[in-house]
Design a protein around this ligand. Structure first.
Ligand SMILES: N[C@@H](CCC(=O)N[C@@H](CS)C(=O)NCC(=O)O)C(=O)O
Length: 218
């Protein structure tokens, strides 16, 4: 099994967290051929995005949430999807909310990091949509230490690195505590940062993402 991508990517880190939660260490591998747009990597993931996964049979997969579910079904270890159908749906719903709504708004922030070139209207719209998406996640969150139930699920694997990425970008736009007024998210966030699986991989993501942000760009 090979995971392609960098610890700077929240999408890649969610796969590493899901693997580790199953008891599997899945190291980050560089895309072959010099990067994610190389012909060699496009043969693995034609979308040219990270992560990509090659399984033990040499078959390839793309899209982080799909890869996480594949690991859950093929790697021995604790189940990352609850057995109760409603809870399972809720885990999938939380993953969908963060992908379709929350992460969508990170792009505008990222594009507007430089205050001298900032499109304030774009930033204001992103702020409103981002905070609305957090309220929706708060609504469906369990209220305990885990996103759903009393053990780690795919929702924790997917949400946690996304909020680390967001938390590194938002202070530049005046949001120093993205979970202010959101008690379920606040409790869950504190628990995740101390959790034996999410804590260390989250810390590594945070450091790698901050280094990526500081790196000069062409
Ligand atoms: N929906 C994809 C998103 C992956 C994604 O956007 N990855 C970023 C890195 S954080 C990437 O590879 N971007 C390069 C590009 O889009 O060209 C997933 O869940 O795997």
């Amino acid at each position: 099994m090979k995971l392609y991508g960098s610890p700077a990517s929240p999408y890649v880190v969610r796969v590493a967290i899901a693997a580790k939660a199953k008891g599997l260490d899945l190291p980050y591998s560089d895309a072959p051929g010099g990067g994610i747009k190389s012909l060699e990597y496009l043969a693995i993931n034609p979308l040219g995005k990270m992560p990509g996964l090659t399984d033990d049979n040499g078959r390839h997969l793309a899209e982080s949430s799909v890869i996480c579910e594949y690991l859950d079904e093929t790697v021995k270890g604790p189940a990352l999807l609850p057995s109760d159908p409603y809870d399972r749906a809720r885990v999938r719903l939380l993953c969908r909310l963060i992908d379709l709504y929350t992460m969508k708004e990170i792009g505008p922030f990222f594009r507007n990091m430089d205050p001298s070139k900032r499109n304030q209207a774009e930033v204001d719209a992103a702020k409103e949509a981002y905070m609305a998406s957090l309220k929706h996640i708060e609504h469906y969150l369990g209220g305990g230490d885990y996103a759903c139930g009393d053990q780690l699920s795919l929702a924790d694997c997917v949400l946690y690195p996304s909020f680390i990425t967001a938390g590194a970008v938002l202070p530049a736009f005046g949001i120093t505590n993205q979970f202010e007024g959101l008690p379920k998210l606040t409790r869950w966030w504190q628990a995740m940062s101390k959790h034996a699986v999410t804590g260390p991989l989250g810390k590594q993501h945070s450091e790698a993402f901050l280094a990526f942000m500081k790196a000069p760009r062409a």
